[in-house]
Design a protein around this ligand. Structure first.
Ligand SMILES: Cc1cc2nc3c(=O)[nH]c(=O)nc-3n(C[C@H](O)[C@H](O)[C@H](O)COP(=O)(O)O)c2cc1C
Ligand code: SF4
Ligand code: SF4
Length: 294
């Protein structure tokens, strides 16, 4: 337990004293030393370790054996500042996709991008579900459109609108009302045979996990890893905020049924992804941010 929070099952860490050169790098890399203060990494690990593996990864002599960290892999050179900023500029929301399916190689890279993501207390609890089956995507699309129709009707009546205002947080209420405002346009687009909700993407990625605030944050962090990896692969994606909102706030049963989430899981993030039909060559202007130094 750490500050009353149950973390991981007890971990066993041993240091091979024949190999150890007492450089203390493992202690400097470990988050526990920041607030616990301990003499022995081995003792602290048994009680508080979150299994991040930094101690194993940093040891120059491979002297540490850790029950929760079976292996490490080498990290190659990282891109320079200009390449990183280009990647970030290029990672924009995509709303028009080619029908090309997402290859298994791409899914494999995305899986790794997810595995390298950070998570609160290293919980690593977010699961990935890739929806590619056209019939399943069609079912989700229809459920979303019906959900927006229903929300639009609820928003149109003063009594139900007031009930929503009273029962939802101001942010959720605002988000729900904003989503309903564009529903007439969505409906018309759907009638023309277009896909105004999943944007004709060949795949939908659901990030699910326990229904906790931390898991929600973990999923958001993880989804950004996925988006950046997609950009690096020449692909693109778009957040499905309406879908997540519909599940979390509205708990719309037909949508939840169509999504068929893992048992006990909530959907914390969802992305449509695929090959963009257009490529942005320039970055639109953004609000200038000032860093407040104190
Ligand atoms: C949503 C979120 C919240 C986090 N909060 C903290 C925090 O309050 N303090 C901290 O030391 N690390 C925090 N972390 C970092 C995690 O502990 C870290 O990602 C995890 O231990 C795995 O380590 P690594 O990603 O650096 O390998 C947080 C990570 C995430 C994604
Ligand atoms: S795995 Fe992480 S938390 Fe556990 S002992 Fe090593 S560095 Fe510390
Ligand atoms: S990093 Fe490795 S060699 Fe250095 S003190 Fe820790 S166990 Fe010993």
């Amino acid at each position: 337990m750490l500050a009353g929070i149950p973390i991981h099952t007890a971990m066993k860490l041993t240091i091979d004293q024949d190999k150890c050169i007492h450089c203390h790098l493992c202690e400097k890399a470990c988050f526990l030393t920041r607030f616990c203060g301990f003499d022995s990494l081995e003792g602290a690990a048994e009680q508080y370790c979150i299994g991040c593996g930094h101690c194993v990864a940093v040891c120059p002599r491979q002297a540490i054996t850790h029950s929760g960290v079976k292996s490490t892999e080498p990290i190659g050179p990282v891109p320079g500042e200009a390449e990183v900023l280009n990647l970030l500029m290029k990672t924009r929301s995509v709303r028009h996709f080619k029908p090309d399916p997402v290859s298994r190689e791409t899914w494999n890279v995305l899986r790794r991008a997810a595995e390298y993501s950070q998570s609160g207390l290293n919980a690593q609890s977010i699961r990935l579900t890739a929806v590619e089956d056209p019939d399943t995507l069609s079912g989700i699309r229809k459920a979303l459109l019906r959900m927006y129709d229903k929300l639009e009707r609820l928003a149109a009546f003063p009594v139900t609108r007031l009930a929503a205002r009273l029962s939802l947080s101001p942010q959720d209420y605002h988000a729900v009302i904003s989503e309903t405002a564009t529903q007439p346009l969505r409906r018309q687009a759907a009638e023309r045979g277009e896909d105004p909700v999943l944007y004709g993407a060949p795949a939908l990625l659901l990030l699910t996990g326990p229904a906790s605030q931390t898991a929600r944050e973990d999923a958001t962090v993880l989804s950004q890893n996925i988006m950046l990896a997609l950009t690096a692969l020449g692909l693109g994606s778009c957040y499905m905020g309406g879908l997540v909102l519909g599940c979390r706030v509205f708990k719309y049963k037909p949508l939840l049924r169509a999504l068929d989430l893992p048992k006990g899981h909530a959907v914390h993030q969802a992305l449509v992804l695929g090959t963009p039909t257009v490529q942005l060559k320039r970055m639109p202007e953004r609000k200038r941010r000032k860093i407040r130094f104190r």
